[in-house]
Design a protein around this ligand. Structure first.
Ligand SMILES: Cc1cc2nc3c(=O)[nH]c(=O)nc-3n(C[C@H](O)[C@H](O)[C@H](O)COP(=O)(O)O)c2cc1C
Length: 415
């Protein structure tokens, strides 16, 4: 497996040498690309000696004064196609901005645009540069695009300040690279049916009962599954989000429409992730004309379809079903109750009483609950959470596969 390490012009550039060694210890073939500024901090020779490969420093050939030749001109495309993961460490504020906005004025930024391999960035910079809204906005763009961000540590910085901005530990960056490699194409044989967003139940022609779900969690799951090679069917309630490019989108408004769309596509699904916040109740009667204000109003409600239970009952053998639960109290206890009532493989429980996570937020914190385990998914971006949920869902299948393999080949067990 080939890993391309991009080194930018920051104080932490020297730490990239340690990263290169650590990646090589994982039996990875490491190649290095340096920005012009990075060369002010470390000599390319260091990386050439460590890797045994030429270090790429320019779009225009090895020597600054040499005339460009066609080999060097297409080198970024060859590198983009041959690498299995691009990891940029340290990633400067400047290079993050170029990545976020699609600038391609040096080899590394051109490589970023040209590659379809997973990208990991490990930023390092002064605390004010890190906290600047411009840097944070760029990181948000990259996060939503599926770039894996290994957040910097807090502590004493080279500039003399104390705060966030120190390059993450080498081990953490290596782990992110290995995870990205592992996740690449691991859903290639799966059809993932994802539901996202809230539903709306009409009261009259202009009003509805709804909820605060933005759809971001479900859209992140759809994007992650698609990036990992799955065919994705996204059943979406009303939202302003843009769906991933290749997934099949079915737009619905009400719980009943969501139920119909899910049931229609269920036979094709090998994994179902029901992250939509579906209304539990709808108005028994929808007023034909807009309701006028005239004293107290009582709405009579009736329960909507229990889509999750129906999915669990009617799924194909082997299809995994993961539900979501938003709880505000006794979250584990209520989650376990739902797991058993619905007959699903796992429930992702969000504690929506917590500030800044869950509904209508970019970050989430949850527990992935199965009958035997409660896996803590601490606060992280919804993009990263999407990958973790898919990892845990796939892990549920592994033991079953092993059992099935043993059962189908008893000779193996005897020997
Ligand atoms: C001594 C020195 C240290 C620097 N350290 C950092 C740093 O740690 N992080 C950062 O984002 N920029 C840092 N910079 C600024 C970058 O070098 C500058 O933005 C440069 O344009 C980055 O180019 P690149 O992104 O192409 O590597 C530093 C600059 C100097 C002169």
């Amino acid at each position: 497996m080939k890993v391309t390490v991009g080194v930018c012009g920051g104080i932490a550039a020297y730490k990239a040498a340690e990263l290169v060694r650590a990646l090589q210890q994982q039996a990875l073939d490491v190649h290095v690309v340096m920005t012009r500024s990075a060369e002010e901090f470390v000599r390319p020779l260091t990386f050439a000696a460590l890797t045994g490969h030429k270090v790429i420093t320019s779009l225009w050939g090895a020597e600054d004064n040499a005339p460009p030749n066609i080999d060097s001109a297409i080198e970024h495309i060859a590198e983009a196609q041959s690498t299995d993961v691009l990891v940029v460490a340290p990633a400067t504020a400047d290079t993050l901005a170029k990545f976020a906005h699609g600038l391609a004025d040096d080899f590394l930024s051109t490589l970023y645009l040209a590659t379809t391999a997973p990208v990991v960035v490990a930023p390092a910079m002064n605390v004010n540069m890190w906290q600047h809204p411009a840097t944070q906005a760029n990181l948000k763009i990259l996060d939503q695009r599926g770039v894996r961000i290994v957040e910097p540590d807090s502590g004493y910085l080279a500039c003399g300040m104390v705060g966030s901005g120190r390059l993450a530990e080498t081990g953490q960056i290596v782990q992110a690279v290995l995870q990205s490699l592992h996740r690449r194409h691991d859903l290639a044989r799966e059809t993932v049916l994802v539901t996202a967003g809230g539903t709306r139940e009409a009261i009259d022609p202009v009003r509805f009962l709804g909820n605060r779900s933005s759809g971001r969690m479900g859209y992140s799951i759809a994007e992650a599954a698609e990036r990992r090679g799955a065919r994705v069917i996204l059943v979406s309630g009303p939202t302003s989000l843009t769906p991933p490019a290749r997934c099949e989108v079915i737009r619905v408004t009400t719980a009943a429409q969501m139920r119909d769309a899910v049931m229609q596509h269920l036979p094709q699904a090998t994994i179902v992730i029901k992250s939509a916040a579906v209304a539990d109740y709808r108005a028994r009667m929808v007023a034909e004309n807009k309701l006028k204000r005239s004293g107290p109003l009582t709405l009579e409600l009736e329960p909507t379809e229990d889509i999750l239970r129906e999915v669990a009952e009617r799924r194909n053998p082997g299809t995994l079903v993961v539900g979501f639960a938003a709880e505000t109290e006794n979250v584990i206890e209520h989650g376990r109750g739902k797991l058993q009532r619905k007959g699903v493989d796992a429930i992702v429980i969000n504690d929506v009483s917590r500030e800044g996570v869950g509904f209508d937020a970019d970050r989430n914190a949850a527990t992935f609950l199965t009958e035997q385990t409660a896996i803590d998914l601490p606060e992280m971006t919804k993009r990263e959470m999407a990958d973790r949920i898919l990892d845990e869902a796939l892990a549920l299948r592994r033991p079953r596969r092993m059992i099935a393999e043993f059962e189908s080949s008893p000779a193996k067990v005897r020997s």
